[in-house]
Ligand binder design. Structure first.
Ligand code: ADP
Ligand code: ADP
Length: 243
């Protein structure tokens, strides 16, 4: 059974735009996938369907054989815990500390607003805090654990977001334009971290990117999207030959 299998995925927004027009592919643990395509091609919609931030109009998303495109809202939290997601704008809780933001990855009900006033560090057991601290070590910012998230640079904030995803112990990691708001040096750090995590832990990664130089440097496999359809699925070398 492939880790993720997408079958004939269609997403039509209420506005009438059909952002995905029948997309199919499989993901295995060896995959470090970069999704490319023009703005509006459907890349972000695709990732959001894979962790059920969006409900597909039709088609299936199988996670280890389980169809998550139709799971009940009661089970959604579990799905989102299994499918870690990193965003362009980091989406940290600004007034919480870095460690607390990472601990938020351990929350059972992640769609519930993270409490701002209460100290998350106080409600979590010691082993969760140790795990969160190890996740921060993995992304090289354990020295920032007790700082407020909103005092960090963009690159540091994205590393916190990666540590938070690691704390979820996900089966697959999605990253929607994770470097689009970063300077080139932070962007390289973030991409290197994603690749290290992929290689060390055997977690497949799907990342939307539009900087071609980064696509060349990092992609193991490329999915090319155009106007809601998958128009390329293969190694970077063959794509270069086609262009
Ligand atoms: P990005 O550059 O990351 O694709 P956009 O500016 O396209 O971001 O979209 C920002 C937000 O607006 C997203 O949540 C997206 O789902 C939503 N959005 C994008 N296009 C439309 C649209 N035509 N109608 C309604 N919402 C949209
Ligand atoms: P990409 O990530 O490749 O830029 P998107 O998935 O953001 O593409 O968008 C695909 C299409 O869906 C675009 O035409 C966009 O305007 C539209 N779209 C995205 N989000 C929304 C939304 N929330 N409501 C309506 N249309 C949307």
């Amino acid at each position: 059974v492939p880790l993720v299998e997408v079958r004939d995925l269609v997403k039509r927004y209420p506005s009438g735009t059909t952002a995905l027009k029948g997309v199919s592919f499989q993901v295995s643990v060896e995959d470090f996938i970069v999704i490319i395509g023009c703005s509006g091609a459907g890349k972000s919609t695709l990732l959001r369907c894979l962790n059920r931030l969006l409900k597909p109009t039709s088609g299936q998303v199988l996670l280890l054989g389980e169809d998550i495109s139709t799971v009940s809202s009661a089970k959604l939290q579990r799905v989102r815990r299994r499918v870690g997601m990193i965003f362009q704008q980091f989406h940290l809780v600004p007034r919480l500390t870095v460690l607390e933001n990472v601990l938020a990855g351990r929350l059972r009900f992640q769609s519930a607003p993270v409490p701002h006033t209460l100290s998350l560090a106080r409600i979590f057991p010691k082993r969760d805090k140790e795990l969160a601290f190890r996740c921060l070590q993995e992304v090289g910012i354990e020295h920032l654990a007790l700082q407020r998230a909103d005092t960090l640079s963009g690159g540091q904030q994205q590393r916190v977001a990666i540590a938070r995803v690691l704390a979820q112990e996900p089966e697959v990691i999605l990253a929607d334009e994770p470097i689009a708001s970063l300077d080139p040096r932070s962007a390289s750090t973030v991409m290197n971290l994603l690749r290290q995590i992929h290689e060390r832990k055997g977690i497949p990664v799907l990342v939307n990117l539009h900087h071609l130089d980064f696509v060349r440097r990092y992609a193991g496999r490329i999915l090319g999207m155009q106007n809601g359809r998958l128009v390329y699925d293969g190694p970077p070398s063959l794509l270069e030959a086609e262009l």
